[in-house]
Design a protein around this ligand. Structure first.
Ligand code: 1CP
Length: 348
């Protein structure tokens, strides 16, 4: 059964996510909570990243910080794609990105990983969502939950940290395909439970972040990414929440991604939205301003945002960046962007 929107949602973000060509584009921004906000830095000054993620009051506060400043249409849960992995048996530190002191490099290490029960892997996330929903409902804003796509989680688990080309990980896929599939199966089961838990706790949409999908050839993507993403989306189908897929640097994979069973595809700035409207004919589009535009000046922001808005006309469009907000972004530039996107009439 195709999931269908709940009756009469008035929320702008949800309407566009379900495919409505709205008069205003809803807007939210990846990494809208974080290091560019002084109020985030004030909390970070006396808490570690894991403390912020695992303390529901702090995680809820950080989630709400950008919505107190800007008229964004949705909040994204403050957490990380790595949040469910320690319960599988992986040790993870942040510096500032994820680091595994013991990256997985053998079939034996993968065999030892466990798939935690839905309610045990991250109870603090359910509590954070429980704190957020009443506040966001009162503001008329949507709460987006999220997780990492299995292949992107495996990228960190095997490589052990961020990297330019993730050579160790790419070699592992070729050298140990069976072990890689075993890892991806476990990550998929964990991700399904983790996302179902978020929806049951009150998340109203789910974004699956496949930040490193673009590293791979279409053949590797078809073998090691597609079957697992498909399982994750299938497992969310019955909840009637919009499912968003983001792959970065992945325009060479769009001919595969276009067939994914989800409601929204988020795209980066490397491809013009006007070219993608026909490719993704059964998805709403999300994106795709280059985050570096927000480092410039009001006139450039206005010009570039207008180009993105115009390229998205004629189809459901959720305005976002092509990837996350950069740490050096002046908050005032974000305010101008949000106001400009909301004042633009897409139907006139
Ligand atoms: O203050 C700090 O130094 C921590 C920086 C930070 C933040 C603010 C990290 C470490 N994670 C987060 C929050 C985060 N991560 C969110 C919160 C919600 C929001 O968007 O406001 C989300 C959705 C993520 C997801 C995430 N984490 C992704 C997918 C999105 C993307 O940017 O591609 C990835 C790849 C990560 C790993 C990660 N965690 C943190 C960093 C700096 C990174 C990237 C590291 C790398 O480039 O390898």
């Amino acid at each position: 059964m195709e999931p269908s929107p709940p009756a009469q949602t008035r929320n702008l973000f949800l309407r566009a996510a379900w495919g409505e060509n709205t008069a205003q584009a809803p807007i939210w921004l990846m990494r809208q909570a974080g290091r560019y906000l002084p109020e985030y830095m004030a909390i970070k000054a006396h808490s570690s990243f894991w403390e912020m993620v695992r303390t529901p009051e702090l995680a809820a506060e950080i989630t709400l910080q950008p919505l107190r400043r800007f008229d964004l249409d949705a909040a994204i849960l403050f957490s990380d794609i790595m949040t469910p992995l320690p319960a599988m048996g992986m040790e993870i530190e942040f510096s500032p990105g994820p680091v595994l002191p013991n990256p997985l490099r053998s079939a034996k290490a993968i065999e030892q990983l466990v798939v935690p029960a839905k309610n045990e892997m991250a109870p603090f996330v359910a509590q954070t969502i429980g704190l957020l929903r009443p506040e966001l409902d009162a503001m008329g804003k949507t709460l987006i939950g999220f997780g990492g796509a299995p292949l992107t989680l495996a990228t960190y688990a095997i490589q052990g940290s961020g990297s330019k080309d993730f050579e160790a990980f790419r070699a592992f896929l070729h050298q140990e395909p069976q072990a890689a599939h075993r890892l991806l199966e476990k990550l998929t089961q964990t991700t399904i439970a983790y996302l179902q838990m978020q929806v049951e706790a009150g998340a109203e949409a789910i974004q699956l972040f496949d930040s490193w999908a673009g590293l791979h050839s279409p053949s590797i993507y078809r073998q090691f990414a597609l079957p697992y993403i498909t399982q994750v989306f299938k497992a969310l189908e019955g909840y009637r929440i919009p499912r968003i897929y983001l792959a970065v640097g992945a325009s060479h994979l769009y001919s595969v991604i276009k067939d994914l069973e989800c409601e929204v595809v988020s795209v980066d700035w490397r491809t013009d939205l006007s070219q993608l409207k026909a490719v993704f004919n059964h998805h709403a589009l999300q994106g795709n301003l280059d985050p570096t535009v927000l480092l410039t000046n009001p006139q450039t922001i206005y010009n570039e945002a207008t180009q993105v808005l115009e390229a998205g006309l004629g189809k459901a469009h959720i305005f976002n960046l092509g990837h996350g907000l950069l740490r050096q972004t002046p908050p005032d530039h974000v305010a101008r962007l949000v106001d400009w996107v909301h004042s633009y009439n897409r139907l006139s």
